[in-house]
Design a protein around this ligand. Structure first.
Ligand code: G3H
Length: 357
């Protein structure tokens, strides 16, 4: 299940996000930066107001990577259920020293390390976090006006982060100026939670959180079972497509095709459950963005010998969404002499087939 983490400034906003369906109340002062910290007094007031109805996380602040300072700020917030600590730009040694210094505190509350997509994230530190007793790791963005999470890290890289954290037994979260259309694209990666602030406020990120905005985001996050339900079997489906998407990637079984990239064209046409007559927002539809992300992820996955392998893998990924009934995938190599050579396959979910979890 993907949970919703909502960043709030104190007790009043905590009440709003709980009413709107947030799973985690995340306390911060957005005026002070990406991980601007609320004071311990505001944390106490928020904990009292939330009264155990939701876990409360507190951020430690936009801090230099100096162990004494970070330990002091985390210690001041140990009453929270989780404390989020940013791994700000610094050398691997400096960040490792901070993680090491937090080891004793990891026994006293749950610590979450925050990597910044636009702040030199060093994912080689993930095993150290697990070993030091951290509860989880998430990715956020540092520059809140310099683009969304996916502007700095591709969905394929984010998916790799989620996989790696899960393997290490860490909870995983994704955040960073996320907007409503990002939800479906990131939900495919199955992080433990998605985090929001800017999308929940009226106006700028440090403006007030609104109930309507929280509810709108809540409605977009798939609930348990909805992505894994049976496809609707009645009536003709609608169609969604991505045509002639050209990407350079490593492909080919011959020696001369190794160690270099060549242009490959992808076209996908999928039969989906009929689009609801009242569909007005991204939450109600299966987005072509999800198909584009799947193609990009394939292109980033390293050398593949056969176009057939790419086509099968893409068809499998697209059919993993319960709303897709059938998919036709065409993969063409564009640099081998004829205008194009390739394959086209069609795969359909058999009645009763559950989509992959
Ligand atoms: O922890 C999550 C952050 O508060 C996300 O904030 P943002 O959506 O404004 O980038």
């Amino acid at each position: 299940m993907i949970r919703l983490l909502a960043s709030v400034t104190g007790p009043e906003e905590a009440a709003i996000v709980i009413e709107g369906g947030a799973d985690f109340v995340d306390l911060k002062d957005p005026r002070l930066g990406a991980l601007g910290a609320a004071t311990p007094a505001v944390l106490d007031a928020t904990l009292r107001a939330v009264a155990g109805r939701r876990p409360v996380s507190a951020v430690a602040g936009d801090l230099p990577m100096e162990p004494d300072i970070v330990v002091r700020e985390v210690t001041a917030r140990l009453a929270a259920d989780y404390v989020k600590i940013g791994l700000f730009p610094a050398s691997r040694e400096a960040r490792s020293a901070v993680i090491e210094a937090l080891r004793p505190l990891a026994k006293r509350t749950r610590l979450i390390a925050v990597f910044f997509a636009d702040g030199d994230p060093d994912f080689a530190l993930l095993p150290l976090l697990a070993e030091a007793g951290f509860a989880g790791a998430m990715i956020d963005t540092l520059g809140k006006s310099s683009g969304r999470l996916t502007a700095s890290l591709s969905p394929a890289k984010l998916g790799e982060f989620v996989r790696r954290t899960r393997e290490l037994g860490l909870m995983s979260g994704l955040a960073g100026s996320l907007e409503p259309p990002d939800v479906a694209r990131l939900a495919v990666l199955k992080p433990d939670y998605l985090g929001f602030r800017g999308a929940l406020t009226e106006g700028p990120r440090d403006g007030p959180v609104t109930l309507a905005a929280v509810q709108a985001i809540r409605a977009l996050i798939p609930v348990e079972g909805s992505a894994g339900g049976e496809p609707t079997a009645v009536g003709a489906g609608d169609s969604i497509f991505v045509r002639d998407f050209d990407l350079a990637l490593e492909i080919g079984a011959y020696g001369h095709e190794r160690g270099r990239k060549q242009l490959v064209r992808f076209s996908v046409e999928a039969e989906i459950d009929p689009i609801a007559p009242d569909a007005r927002s991204i939450g109600g539809v299966y987005s072509y963005d999800v198909i584009i992300d799947a193609i990009r992820a394939l292109a980033e996955s390293g050398h593949t010998d056969l176009v057939e392998t790419l086509a099968l893998e893409l068809a499998r990924t697209i059919l993993a969404d319960a709303r897709v009934r059938e998919v036709t995938v065409r993969v063409e190599k564009l640099e081998l002499g004829p205008r194009s050579v390739g394959v086209e396959i069609t795969r359909r979910r058999e009645a009763g087939d559950a989509p992959r979890a």
